[in-house]
Design a binder for this molecule. Structure first.
Ligand code: IPE
Ligand code: IPE
Ligand code: MG
Length: 249
């Protein structure tokens, strides 16, 4: 399937990349090999999103709850992430990708945190795709860290409780300087958010596919984008109001 030049693309695409383990199991391979194959899909999708001019791509790579997995799997995921960061960063930089990593990160090794900082600084001024990798991230953690900062400011007397509005609160969350996710894709036939963005998904279009992440290719992405382009995003208005706004625009 080819992508039509007329379809409207999301400014911010977020993906819950799920199904690496099942992909490997179907092939009697270890879960680790499934994750390696998942990385190949990441490369393809990052490239394609850059070509399409999508502004932000956020990939959920490791959740706060994923620390509960067997030690061996956690270690191999950390290793894979660290190696990918090292081996991909110069190419990403050449392609004008701006890399950001969001999440708690306090349980990561010092050297991995350093590599993240270096990659961040190197690509900070790039003008292409903003690639966000969410690791040790959870939507609940994001909200709590915002609340803690706010309370600190109220206690210090630099913020009045009455000044805390919905808009102000949102500025304390991760990625508050970027557009909110327009489209969320979850692969592998699971119909849940699994503690990914919570606040940020309030008006996001949701797309679920049975495809396992390692099999998610350019065609699968095109299908999701086509789905998105057909949605009527009303944001609480009526269909008629929505049509009027579109005519005016
Ligand atoms: C997604 O694939 C990758 C991570 C959560 C790190 P899974 O490892 O969850 O794959 P399944 O769900 O077991 O198939
Ligand atoms: C969600 O996948 C987290 C990531 C893709 C990073 P999981 O495989 O951890 O989610 P659950 O456990 O099936 O909800
Ligand atoms: Mg899973």
């Amino acid at each position: 399937m080819s992508t039509s030049p007329c379809i409207s693309y999301p400014r911010h695409l977020a993906i819950i990349m799920d199904g690496n383990g099942r992909w490997a199991k179907q092939r009697h391979m270890s879960r680790v090999l499934g994750h390696r194959e998942g990385l190949k899909a990441v490369r393809k999708i990052v490239k394609k999103c850059g070509e399409l001019g999508i502004e932000v791509l956020t990939l959920f790579a490791f959740s706060r709850e994923n620390w509960r997995r067997p030690e061996e799997e956690v270690q191999s995921l950390m290793g894979l992430f660290a190696n990918a960061l090292k081996s991909e960063i110069s190419k990403l930089n050449q392609n004008q990708v701006q890399l950001r990593v969001i999440g708690n990160l306090s349980r990561f090794s010092k050297s991995l945190r350093h590599a993240i900082e270096v990659a961040h600084d190197l690509t900070l001024n790039n003008k292409g795709l903003k690639l966000v990798i969410a690791v040790d991230y959870s939507g609940q953690w994001d909200i709590i860290q915002a609340v803690q900062t706010l309370i600190g400011q109220v206690k210090a007397g630099t913020l009045q409780t009455e000044a805390i509005t919905q808009d102000l609160f949102a500025t304390y969350l991760n990625l508050s300087d970027l557009p909110l996710p327009d489209l969320l894709i979850r692969t592998s036939g699971e119909y849940r958010i699994s503690n990914f963005f919570l606040w940020q998904l309030a008006y996001t279009e949701l797309y679920f596919t049975e495809t396992l992440w390692p099999d998610f290719d350019e065609d699968a992405l095109n299908k999701a984008l086509l789905f998105y382009s057909k949605r009527e995003r009303r944001f609480g208005c009526t269909s008629e109001q929505h049509a009027e706004i579109n005519v005016e625009a």
